[in-house]
Design a protein around this ligand. Structure first.
Ligand code: HEM
Length: 366
């Protein structure tokens, strides 16, 4: 007969609560504030574990060759949970800040070279989302992933870490799944396999660019009225943004052979964002909002962690050997879902958006 399960057995608390012994493997030998430091890290890593699970589930739903309408809410559901975890982790940094710099110095040096820099789960999250190796900030010895693998050769937990890193490098990314899905967005009712689709996409992008140019001209008149002669100083900014908009819509930042696909993806983002009230686009735009929010929350966590580090260790180098706070600030710069962010610079007021064609394809006639 099956025995009743006790709470502590289900959660393996007899093991979990004995894992805070630090370098000595003995909790009674920890510095007074060290248990706090270890628990904060372990709690983060447990939440990272769940973030990985949620993002993978979301990615798997989105990776299907055809994503039925009713599956998009599942993707949003899983990514939202990951968002809430990062929101919570950012708030949790306050608990770390109860550590007084001098009390941290009592035990900091014995950690060397251990550092969150070697958080392989954070690297897995970055990889799973789709951060490219080129965008990952380098540490003193180059790529942090290589540094993790180097340390894994001599650490008792090394085999486990090596396995995880190898698997993480092989896995399909959320970014790739999202771009594939965006590529299939019907533009003015036309899908990628439809006859004349390339012309429909080009016409949509051309109409949109013309609308941005009109809106920029109107904005220039407003700026002149508002700032008088000083407006001349601002002209270059408008021109620069317009130049970047053209380049983005034509995808000239990419090699020739990738441009047609990228243009369709970018048109997809712009289309979903511009006609977001259409019933069939309601979930897709919520998905885009959620992806933007997830990346935003990751960046906010990074920035919050950097400010906490600045408060606790000032401008010292990190135990992982990086420049410390300057390095951390650098990690908050790249954007994984850059198309979603870029489109925000060129969105237009509703009245200026080019007219929608074939509204019946989206479940409602305007
Ligand atoms: C006293 C508290 C903390 C301080 C002063 C601190 C400081 C630092 C510093 C200076 C770095 C740069 C790498 C290095 O050279 O060491 C770093 C990296 C990192 N830390 Fe912390 N940290 C603290 C707590 C935490 C906690 C609780 C976590 C949760 C897991 C964490 C996660 C990370 C991660 C993921 C990185 C790598 C960032 C990246 O390379 O993208 N840190 N930390």
């Amino acid at each position: 007969m099956r025995r009743n399960t006790a709470y502590w057995d289900y959660l393996k608390l007899d093991r979990l609560l004995l894992l805070q012994g630090g370098v000595e493997g003995d909790e009674s030998r920890l510095a007074p504030d060290e248990l706090h430091f270890i628990v904060s890290h372990q709690v983060h890593e447990l939440w990272f574990k769940l973030v990985l699970k949620e993002v993978r589930l979301g990615r798997d739903h989105l990776s299907a060759p055809r994503v039925p309408e009713e599956k998009v809410p599942y993707v949003v559901h899983h990514l939202r949970r990951a968002c809430e975890i990062f929101r919570l982790l950012t708030e949790q940094v306050r608990v770390l800040e109860t550590l007084i710099p001098q009390d941290f110095l009592d035990f900091r040096d014995k950690l060397m070279p251990a550092s969150g820099f070697q958080s392989f789960q954070m690297r897995e999250i970055e990889l799973l989302l789709g951060l490219s190796e080129d965008d990952r900030a380098a540490g003193p010895l180059g790529d942090p992933m290589e540094e993790i693998l180097r340390l894994a050769q001599e650490s008792p937990g090394g085999d486990f870490v090596r396995h995880r890193v190898t698997e993480a490098r092989r896995q399909p990314t959320l970014r790739a799944a999202l771009l594939e899905w965006l590529h299939r967005t019907p533009i003015q009712g036309s899908g990628p396999g439809d006859e004349g689709d390339a012309e429909v996409v080009d016409a949509f992008l051309a109409d949109y660019l013309a609308a941005v140019e009109r809106s920029t001209a109107a904005r220039w008149s407003q700026v002149q009225r508002a700032y008088g002669p000083a407006a001349a100083e601002m002209r270059w900014q408008l021109d620069e943004t317009l130049g970047e908009t053209r380049a983005f819509l034509q995808a000239v930042d990419l090699p020739e052979e990738e441009r047609a696909r990228a243009r369709r993806v970018r048109a997809g983002v712009l289309f979903i964002e511009s006609y977001r009230e259409l019933p069939l686009l309601a979930w897709p735009r919520l998905l885009l909002d959620t992806v933007v929010e997830l990346e935003q929350l990751l960046v906010v966590w990074r920035q919050r962690h950097a400010r906490m580090a600045e408060r606790l260790i000032g401008r010292r180098t990190g135990t992982g050997g990086t420049a410390g706070v300057d390095y951390l600030d650098q990690t908050a710069r790249p954007r994984i879902f850059r198309e979603l962010w870029a489109v925000r610079t060129l969105l237009l007021p509703r009245a200026a958006v080019p007219p929608l064609r074939n509204p019946e394809s989206y479940g409602f006639a305007r």
